[in-house]
Design a protein around this ligand. Structure first.
Ligand SMILES: Nc1ncnc2c1ncn2[C@@H]1O[C@H](COP(=O)(O)OP(=O)(O)O)[C@@H](O)[C@H]1O
Ligand SMILES: [Mg+2]
Length: 317
């Protein structure tokens, strides 16, 4: 499978520049995520990849082929839009096989593929239902099956989970990831949700104001952010001794070496305790797993010392 390469892409809507010199390589078979706040240019970049928008500058390549000028229908991309864009009056089966009829595939091949992807998306028992008769999660599965059935060279997912409630979002992202692994298709996933990005991606590009700030594995982005914005966007971090330190990388001890602190607040999170502590220099958050009786039993007003557990390679504060 070929790499997909965005070379020095910039884009302006009228006089407004919304993408600024984007260079990205999405490796063949990889699950690649664009993560960034609303308005940073994620959808514009996806539309450039799909061919709906011609970039003001730059090129799009697949392997050794320049596809910058290629029409969308010739790019063979499977796309899942935020609102799914399903045909409400058609059944599940009709929605899934639509792209195959448009492409005039032989009836036998249409049937085979439709059955395979219906099954893969877990929709067998709903195949004759109409779209209005499905839950949000089921509709999303139809959208994914419909995108995959054309056997595209790439799958593009634009915030596919944003219409689902939190619990369903977690379940669906795992399903999408499992399906992607099984099919092995190169995937570009868009989200503004850092948890979602960290949990499903092979690699992530963090975007802000039309620029890619950092590209890396979830571990690299979280543990070694290259700047403050990236650190803050993927989780909370303390400013501690001129560095950015995650709450779970800090440790409270009764005594010994460390920065003297007072516990100002304790929040119980079930799986963990979150302590707010204060030193002469500032305030910090410390996370500790709840280990039942093995947990330290701190009370508000207790004093202790604060240390950093690991020498992370995080950005400077
Ligand atoms: N068709 C358009 N015409 C003019 N401005 C647009 C158009 N589409 C998007 N924009 C603007 O471009 C910027 C990036 O938008 P978009 O790519 O949709 O960001 P995201 O998907 O990250 O939320 C935003 O400021 C948005 O308002
Ligand atoms: Mg968008």
């Amino acid at each position: 499978m070929s790499d997909v390469i965005l070379k020095n892409i910039s884009h302006s809507y009228g006089a407004v520049r919304v993408l600024d010199q984007i260079d990205l390589t999405i490796r063949g078979g990889e699950f690649f995520t664009l993560l960034g706040p609303s308005g940073c240019g994620k959808t514009t970049l996806l539309r450039i990849l799909a061919g709906f928008i011609r970039p003001t500058e730059g090129e799009v390549w697949i392997g050794d082929r320049d596809i910058t000028a290629l029409a969308p229908e010739k790019r063979n991309m499977g796309i899942v839009f935020q609102n799914y864009a399903l045909f409400p009056n058609m059944t599940v089966k009709e929605n899934i096989s639509y792209g195959l009829r448009v492409r005039k595939l032989p009836a036998e091949e249409r049937k085979r593929r439709c059955e395979y992807y219906t099954e893969l998306a877990g929709l067998k028992e709903y195949e004759d239902r109409r779209i209005q008769e499905l839950s949000g999660g089921q509709q999303q599965r139809v959208a994914i099956a419909r995108a995959l059935v054309i056997e595209p060279q790439m799958l593009l997912l634009d915030e596919p989970m944003s219409n689902l409630d939190v619990a369903l979002r977690v379940k669906m992202r795992e399903e999408i990831r499992a399906i992607q692994r099984k099919v092995g298709i190169t995937t570009l996933f868009i989200t503004h949700d850092q948890q979602e990005a960290l949990s499903v991606s092979d690699r992530i590009a963090v975007m802000r104001d039309g620029k890619v700030l950092q590209t890396g594995t979830p571990g690299e982005i979280y543990d070694a952010p290259n700047q403050e914005f990236v650190a803050d966007f993927v989780g909370f971090s303390n400013r501690f001794g001129g560095r950015l330190v995650r709450p779970e990388q800090m440790q409270l001890k009764r005594d010994g070496e460390g920065v003297p602190v007072e516990i100002t607040d304790i929040r119980f999170g079930g799986m963990y305790y979150e302590y707010r502590v204060r030193s002469q220099e500032g305030e910090y958050r410390v996370l500790e797993l709840n280990r039942g009786n093995a947990s330290q039993k701190w009370k508000r007003g207790d004093t202790g010392v604060l240390t950093v557990l690991t020498e992370g390679s995080g950005a400077n504060a």
